[in-house]
Write a protein that binds this ligand. Sequence first.
Ligand SMILES: C[S@@+](CC[C@H](N)C(=O)[O-])C[C@H]1O[C@@H](n2cnc3c(N)ncnc32)[C@H](O)[C@@H]1O
Length: 238
Amino acid sequence: MRRSDSTRPRPAWSFPEYTPVGVDLGSRAAVAAYDGKQGTDPDADDALLDRLGVTGGSRLVDLACGTGSLVVQAARRRAEAHGVDVSEEMLAFARTRAERAGVAPRWHRAGFLDYAHHGGPADVVTTRSALHQLPDFWKQQALLNAASMLRPGGTFYLWDVIFTFEPAAAETHVQHWIDTAGRAEGEGFTRADFETHIREEFSTHAWIIEGMLERAGLTVVSTSAPTPTHAEFVCLRR
Ligand SMILES: C[S@@+](CC[C@H](N)C(=O)[O-])C[C@H]1O[C@@H](n2cnc3c(N)ncnc32)[C@H](O)[C@@H]1O
């Protein structure tokens, strides 16, 4: 499958970001199931866009946009909205969502590492529930790429499985997350999904992420961690 024109060549030693890690989302059925499980909520997307100051004429890039709900809501308020994802299946779902909503955001088959943003600098770059797909060395490279798309003073928003617990308490907190968040098959993400996440994906500690954001030229202006396993960071590009 041909990738987006919005990609730049990467060296042979670059992380294979088009090879899925962890929970399998590699089919149309899996993508549709994912959209249901994660509880896509346009009202929550709108609330986030309000918080980030996205209005008509804003330029927003959502990295690893998945099924595209945030991008579609941004386009509905007439922002110039770009959705970027490595998965053709995710982008197909996102395109259909946009068509149904009567909007035409720009979709790019590209990754955190190889997405080359053309056009004017973004006012807002977001990424939700996805940076953990990269090991830490590559997260840093991805954050540098994200920061490079932003205008000075522009906003970077990160939400992910990020650990605010003390490293020595990892087993207790991870087990508690799996025990409380796992649902029965067909009713949402299962224990097995969360176990796979921890075992095969690359979630890391908040203090590591904070250092990476700073080194990417992003100043953290607010953080929130509703649970010991999830956190958001709002940053401004210096
Ligand atoms: C758990 S989903 C989250 C999707 C969406 N952001 C959301 O909040 O629903 C993770 C997404 O990251 C995408 N992805 C994985 N690795 C990526 C990479 N290196 N660059 C861009 N997207 C990536 C996957 O295709 C998938 O759509």
